[in-house]
Design a protein around this ligand. Structure first.
Ligand SMILES: Cc1ncc(COP(=O)(O)O)c(C=O)c1O
Length: 373
C-alpha cells in the first residue's frame, strides 16, 4: 500500500478514553451517556470513535443525520443510534431499515412514521425534542405535554426519551440556562404526573456536564469534551481534558527570498528581510480556514512559525527565518504539541474568529486519520 498523505490527523484514543472517564466521574455510575459523534465525531472519525465508546460501555450514540447513522450501521456498530437533527418522511424507510432512533418535533411527521412503522409490524424507538429556549427545533413548551402524551400512544412507536438543548450553558451568565432547566424540570414533573413512562430525560451538553450537575437527569449528551476541549475558552481548566486530535504536515518546499518578495495570492504579505519561507501542503480544501491568512502560527522544530500570505486551496506558507534547523521534509504541526509548544483548536478558532468546534469539524475528508491506541 502506498504511504498515505503526510498531511494527516493523529487521533489519540488514550486521550479520548481519559476524557470519557472525566465525564463518567462527573455524572456517576447511575446515569447514561449519549455520546455525540455527529459530523464524523467532530472530525475524529465516527466509526472508530463509536467503536471505542461501545468498548467503554457507552451504548447510546448521537448523530445529526440518517446518513451518518446508516454509515455507522454499515461499519457494524450495533449501539442505539439517535438521529439528533431530524428526519424527513421520505427517509422513514431508511430510518427503519437501519434501526435508527429519530428525534421528533412535529405531530404530522410523527403520525407518518407511526403509520410506516406499524405497517412493518415493529415498534420504532423515538425520542421527543422540546424547545426550552434554544429556538432551533423542538415542540414549543405549551404544546409539549400534549405532544408527548399523543406520541406515547401512537401505534408502531415506542417513546424512549425526551430531550432539550441549552443555548447558553457555555456562558458565564447562568440566568438563561437556569430558566431552560426549570422549564425542562417542570415538563418532566407534568409528564410523570400523567403516568407516562419515559426511560430517558436528557438536556446536558458538555458545558452542562462541566458546570450544571442539576441538569444531568438520567442521561447526558456531551460532544466537545469527549474530544478534549472545553465548550468555550472560559471553561478551560474546569475539568481536566486532553485534546485528542493532532494535525500535522511536512515541509514540501523551502526557499530563501530577498526583502520585498510578495508571497501568495494578492501579495498580502511582502517580506521585510531576507527570509526563509516553507511551503506546507495543506489548505482551505483540507479545512484550514482561509481566514487564517497572515494570522496563524504553526510549529516547526518545537518553535512557532507565522503563516504568511493568503491561505490557498492546497498550500500555506510559513516564515521559518528564525528556525535555523528547519529543513525540507520536516514535520509541521497545525494543531498539537511539538516540544514545549502547543497549538490548540481553540487557538485556530480564536485566530480565525470562530470556535474550536468548527475547526475540528471542518478538517476535510482528504486528511487521513491515524489512530494511536
Ligand atoms: C442536540 C445536541 N446535543 C448535544 C450536543 C453536544 O454539544 P457539546 O459538543 O457542546 O457537548 C450538540 C452539539 O451541537 C447538539 O446539537
Amino acid at each position: 500500500m502506498p504511504n498515505p498523505r503526510p498531511t494527516s490527523a493523529e487521533i489519540d484514543l488514550q486521550a479520548f478514553r481519559f476524557n470519557l472517564d472525566q465525564i463518567k466521574r462527573l455524572i456517576g455510575p447511575e446515569r447514561g451517556i449519549l455520546a455525540v459523534i455527529k459530523a464524523n465525531a467532530y472530525g475524529h472519525g465516527a466509526a472508530r470513535i463509536g467503536r471505542v465508546l461501545m468498548q467503554e460501555g457507552v451504548g447510546h450514540l448521537g448523530v445529526a443525520t440518517v446518513e451518518e447513522g446508516a454509515a455507522l450501521r454499515r461499519a457494524g456498530l450495533n449501539a442505539v443510534i439517535t438521529v439528533l437533527g431530524g428526519v424527513f418522511p421520505e427517509q422513514h424507510d431508511q430510518l427503519i431499515e437501519h434501526d435508527l432512533t429519530p428525534v421528533l418535533y412535529n405531530l404530522t411527521w410523527a403520525e407518518a412514521l407511526s403509520k410506516t412503522a406499524a405497517g412493518t409490524g415493529t415498534r420504532r424507538s423515538v425520542q421527543i425534542k422540546v424547545d426550552t429556549g434554544m429556538g432551533r427545533v423542538g415542540f414549543a413548551l405549551e404544546e409539549a405535554e400534549q405532544a408527548v402524551a399523543q406520541i406515547a400512544e401512537m401505534p408502531g412507536l415506542e417513546l424512549t426519551g425526551v430531550l432539550s438543548h441549552f443555548a447558553d450553558a457555555d456562558l458565564q451568565d447562568q440566568a438563561f440556562t437556569d430558566r431552560q432547566l426549570r422549564r425542562f424540570v417542570e415538563l418532566e414533573e407534568r409528564i410523570s404526573k400523567q403516568g407516562i413512562q419515559v426511560p430517558f430525560w436528557h438536556l446536558s451538553n458538555s458545558a452542562a456536564v462541566m458546570n450544571f450537575p442539576g441538569a444531568f437527569f438520567n442521561m447526558v449528551r456531551p460532544g466537545i469534551m469527549l474530544y478534549g476541549y472545553p465548550p468555550s475558552e472560559s471553561f478551560a481548566g474546569k475539568v481536566p481534558l486532553k485534546p485528542v486530535l493532532s494535525w500535522r504536515t511536512r515541509i514540501i518546499h523551502l526557499k530563501e527570498v530577498p526583502p520585498g518578495t510578495r508571497l501568495s495570492y494578492g501579495g498580502t504579505f511582502v517580506t521585510r528581510r531576507r527570509s526563509r519561507i516553507a511551503t506546507l501542503p495543506v489548505g482551505y480544501a483540507d479545512g484550514y480556514p482561509r481566514r487564517l491568512s497572515n494570522r496563524a502560527e504553526v510549529l516547526v522544530g518545537g518553535r512557532r512559525a507565522p503563516v504568511v500570505g493568503t491561505v490557498t486551496m492546497d498550500m500555506i506558507l510559513v516564515d521559518v527565518t528564525d528556525i535555523d534547523s528547519a529543513a525540507l521534509g520536516d514535520r509541521a504541526t497545525l494543531i498539537g504539541q511539538d516540544g514545549a509548544e502547543k497549538i490548540t483548536a481553540w487557538d485556530l478558532g480564536r485566530w480565525s474568529e470562530t470556535i474550536a468546534y468548527e475547526i475540528l469539524c471542518a478538517i476535510g475528508a482528504r486528511v487521513p486519520r491515524h489512530y494511536l491506541e
